[in-house]
Design a protein around this ligand. Structure first.
Ligand code: KIV
Ligand code: ZN
Length: 390
């Protein structure tokens, strides 16, 4: 089966940077953009140039620094926005303008006090305007997740006819279930006559924790681009996490998709983004969390020590993480204790470990985690006792 490439559109510097407290200056943005390029992402959404002079400058500087990736700038369906985006992108080797408008009735009525017909017309006009500046125009139908499919298909057909080369179907509020989002993409594939002239993109938010599942459902149903961020950063509960979708597609090769992301760089870039944005990563975060490759219960530790694959589906090296860890707690068993002593250079027999285990449990019950210094104390105490008995 021929494998299908999935384009990775990184929006850490735009949607990710919208997180309160995560604002970046131009130098930080350029540094991260260079790292994103070497990670292997296809498109970097660098910012929203009309939003502030600082963001304009960042898009401008990133456009000068990046050689291979497409640089994308966001705009509303407003002529001035599009012009400013085009101006900020003028040095980019591959510039993309990302323009669009809300298409759900919530947006049409509450936000724009408008009608479906007027919104459709504005959508077409903004794409036509953007095409004056670049051949690479992406249209977003904001809140597509809650937009009625028939109307959405009409808008998408019209913007492709107007020149959109990528059509973004955002689940802006993170509302959809994976099968619903997948069906929405399938509906567009089957009902938009000119759909083959554009790439369908998934842009899923994580309000219900479904962003990764929804993006994968989108791909399975015909989307070929995923919009995502490092560490899943983004508005409210965040966006689809880049490291998760990349590894889902890599682990499930039988789905028949690949990305150009170099997975060994995932943990280093996660740490860099976390430090630069001053936004810690939750320890249990898939792929890049501190506990993603830690084993702490006795049953798991015993299985892992016999064969890592018993409890690990990814080799930590593959995602640039530190070696798997055996954490000692009151739930740990003798094999884990023996393993940790052995790693520290002690040559204890099975009987020694059996004798040490009770004292270990006392320390473990008193502490959350038994650390190396505790083990050293236990070992020294044990050695003293056994020498004095002899
Ligand atoms: O979530 C969203 O709908 C967006 C668009 C601006 C693409 O971020
Ligand atoms: Zn978004």
């Amino acid at each position: 089966m021929a494998e299908n490439k999935i384009f990775i559109f990184d929006t850490t510097l735009r949607d990710g940077e919208q997180v309160p407290g995560c604002k970046l200056n131009t130098n930080e943005k350029v540094e991260l953009a260079l790292e994103l390029e070497s990670l292997g992402v296809d498109i970097i959404e660098a910012g929203f140039p009309i939003s502030s002079p600082g963001d304009y400058e960042s898009v401008n500087q990133i456009s000068k620094s990046i050689k291979d990736a497409t640089i994308c700038a966001l705009s509303r369906a407003v002529q001035k926005d599009i012009e400013v985006a085009a101006e900020a992108l003028r040095y980019a080797k591959r510039p993309r303008i990302h323009t669009g408008i809300g298409t759900s009735d919530f947006h049409i009525k509450s936000k724009f006090n408008s009608t479906r017909e007027e919104i459709l017309e504005r959508a077409v006009q903004c794409v036509k305007w953007a095409r004056r500046f670049t051949d690479d125009v992406e249209f977003y139908a904001e809140d597509a997740g809650r937009t009625e499919n028939e109307y959405l298909a009409k808008v998408i057909e019209a913007v492709i006819a107007a020149g959109a080369t990528t059509v973004n179907i955002p689940d802006t509020t993170g509302y959809c279930l994976p099968h619903q989002y997948g069906e929405k993409i399938a509906y567009l594939v089957n009902n938009v006559k000119n759909i083959d002239n554009a790439i369908i993109s998934c842009h899923c938010h994580n309000d219900l924790g479904l962003a990764t599942a929804n993006s994968i459902a989108g791909v399975i149903n015909g989307a070929r681009q995923i919009e995502c961020t490092i560490n899943g950063l983004g508005e409210r509960a965040g966006n689809t996490s880049l490291e998760e979708v990349v590894m889902v597609l890599k682990q499930h090769k039988n789905l028949g998709y690949f990305t150009d992301v170099k997975s060994q760089k995932l943990n280093p870039i996660s740490r860099l983004v976390s430090e630069t944005m001053r936004m810690p990563v939750q320890p249990n975060k898939a792929i890049v969390g501190a506990n993603a490759f830690s084993h702490s219960s006795g049953i798991h530790q015993d299985g892992f020590l016999k064969d890592a694959q018993t409890y690990e589906i990814i080799n930590p090296e593959e995602v640039g993480a530190e070696q798997s860890k055996i954490i000692l707690t009151a739930r740990s068993g003798r094999s884990a204790l023996a393993y940790r002593f052995q790693k520290m250079g002690f040559q204890f027999t099975r009987n020694d470990v059996d004798s040490l285990y009770d004292s270990f449990l006392k320390v473990a019950d008193a502490k959350k985690e038994v650390k190396e210094e505790d083990l050293l104390e236990l070992a020294n105490q044990y050695q003293k006792e056994t020498v004095s008995v002899a």
